[in-house]
Design a protein around this ligand. Structure first.
Ligand SMILES: [Zn+2]
Ligand SMILES: [Zn+2]
Length: 274
């Protein structure tokens, strides 16, 4: 029996003898099955020629990324916090070096995940740290491919988690969430966004999409709702879900002007005069 992992999106599935017939995450209109077709691997295979690269992004913020890139190439974050360390988002493999590093930093209190594209091997990470709870938004429950007693499906608009706040924004997925940590950046605050908000390559804006690979935008109502969800919070830095996608200054203002720019790009000005 093996927990098969989809090579395209990096999602780990429940234990089975044969690989699943398809990957629902890749079949969804937000992702894609590669031209070479559906393929499967497992954690032992990936671990044989990949490692996890750690970068200290700021005091108390470490990014973790599989090297060379695997799946969609996202980064996860080990966030040191006054209420215990949080793993934000996740990767398809757990390695011994990361386990030792996290133990040396005081262990893990919780795992929280922005949305289904980053579920990856979340239950395996939980097991590696003594069944630490894994928080995913209940609105995305249908996308969970491997479950377990540690999986916590949270509901509603926000959840206080070890002095941090999980905020449901919706948009990309119904339960797409971000994590607000007020103590980071010397008390000026940081927001971790996955791709609920994608930090743009000029690092001056964030953007919002139903699908990034298939270029499906969101409507004005969804984008306004994302802006409103984070409006009550003040933060300096924004850490997106991919390497280099970090904004270090004026995070709250960046989101306000990004929402305004997006809406002016998609709304027909003549419609608002009607
Ligand atoms: Zn997949
Ligand atoms: Zn995504």
């Amino acid at each position: 029996m093996t927990c098969h992992i989809c090579t395209a999106c990096g999602t780990q599935f429940e234990e089975s003898t044969e690989p699943p017939s398809a990957c629902p995450v890749c079949e969804d209109d937000r992702q894609f099955v590669p031209p070479s077709g559906q393929a499967w691997t497992n954690m032992a295979e990936i671990s044989s020629n990949h490692e996890i690269k750690w970068i200290e992004e700021a005091k108390g913020i470490h990014s973790l990324q599989i090297s060379p890139n695997f799946g969609i190439g996202q980064r996860a974050f080990l966030i040191e916090g006054p209420g215990g360390n949080i793993l934000w988002d996740c990767l398809s493999v757990v390695d011994e070096t990361s386990r030792e590093k996290i133990d040396a930093l005081g262990g893990l209190a919780a795992i929280a995940i922005s949305h289904p594209h980053f579920y990856s091997s979340m239950m395996e990470w939980s097991e590696a740290f003594g069944e630490v709870p894994v928080y995913v938004h209940a609105d995305d429950g249908e996308w969970v491919q491997r479950s377990g007693p540690a999986l916590t499906r949270w509901t509603g608009e926000k959840l206080e988690l070890n002095r941090a706040t999980l905020i449901r924004c919706g948009g990309h997925f119904a339960g797409s969430s971000v994590l607000y940590c007020p103590w980071l950046e010397d008390g000026r605050g940081a927001l971790f966004t996955g791709d609920t908000m994608q930090v743009t390559l000029d690092r001056k804006y964030v953007s919002f999409m139903r699908s990034f690979p298939n270029l499906i935008p969101l409507n004005a109502r969804a984008v306004k709702a994302i802006g409103e969800a984070v409006h009550p919070y003040r933060f300096e830095a924004i850490y997106g879900g991919f390497s280099g996608r970090t904004i270090k200054r004026d995070g709250s203002c960046v989101i306000e002007r990004s929402v305004a720019r997006y809406i002016s790009a998609i709304e027909d000005p003549s419609a608002s005069q009607a």
